[in-house]
Design a protein around this ligand. Sequence first.
Ligand SMILES: *Cc1c(COP(=O)(O)O)cnc(C)c1O
Length: 429
Amino acid sequence: MLDEALYIRQMAKKHTELFRNSIPMIASENLLSPLAREVMATDLHNRYAEGTPGERYYQGNEFVDLIEIKVTELAKKLFKSEYADVRPISGTNANMAVLFALTKPGDRITVPSVAAGAHISSAKFGAVGLRGLEPVEYPFDVDEMNLDIDGTIHTIMEVKPKLALFGQSVYLFPTPLKEFQDAFQEVGSHVWYDAAHVAGLIAGGKFQDPLREGAEMMTMSTHKTLPGPQHGMIVANPRDDKTRRKLKYAVFPGVLSNHHLNAMAALGVALAEHIEFGERYADQIVRNAKALGQALYERGFKVLAEKKGFTESHTLVVDVREHGGGKFASEALEKAYIIVNKNLLPWDDVNSALDPSGLRLGTQELTRIGMKESDMKDVAEFMKRIVIDKEEPKKVGQDVAAFKEGFQTIHYCFAEGTRAYDYEELVGL
Ligand SMILES: *Cc1c(COP(=O)(O)O)cnc(C)c1O
């Protein structure tokens, strides 16, 4: 079996090598900082700590408790919330906890639509369905690439949901939460904002501030624009003690037992770094996204929301129907070391998910490795050569890898400038 084990190591190295050469633009990914990565690899990985600090079921948690208290404090500080739970092991896991805490099977819940770029955890075939809920979608305004304001107010007033969910996986513009305030007041809904994609922008003060705009709680993944470990988190200003208690017990024993202590600790490092560097980082992410949108548009790409400046976040959406569609474009780009995902556009049928009209691009990781607005022109030009000019991807790929040589270190963190893709063999096999 040694061969099999070494095969896996070999493939992991090849994977790392692939990303060393690549332009990574999956909007949900990022690079862990050197210090967070170091903490990830400690003995914390081997341990269990069910419960909360001071209320544990296992011994050996002396330092785990100190870490968890500190990470929770940092989360509250970064998001200016009075409550934080840093235990959820992913964004979906955090979402399941909120659903478990605040709904009962058979309840109706209002959610963004698939056309709006909703995440699977808010769909009937995802966590919302698992809880036995009936999702009712807000209408979407394609011209604005945002929720239809009057239609959303109407939906809330009509459904009177106990829980109203906002936030998507394709997220170009802030949700107009303030416009819905009166409806929330009238109906008394818990307002829940899923910040998985935009958490790092929110914390950096660059997108919107949901907890100040009517949201009672935010869930998130901690590894998208917030560049932490793959983990999850809840921050909230619970309306009362009962809600606070429900949220706490929905996480444990509700939807998890152990909470992946190494990731929880690495999250603390990422939060501290974001308090220090997040504002600058978020600002550059959004600048780069706008610059990439403009550069692609000038080269003949149909970038959505052109009239609105393409985006206010890290994300861009491009309609590539006339250039062969999302499947063709994403696969051709991959052959040239440009990593993006194909994506449904608002007018696509859900059944065309395997060959949709669009591409989704994110600039958070390019920013993390030091790219600035001027570099976005190079990225756009590579994309044009492949998708529009139909140049041989392998040939363009050589130029991409050479360009990427200039972006091999991590930024906006402590030990800035550390090499991003180096790995160490720890055992002599
Ligand atoms: C990514 C995402 C999640 C959760 O993803 P995980 O992979 O479980 O961390 C939840 N909601 C939205 C809107 C997302 O984009």
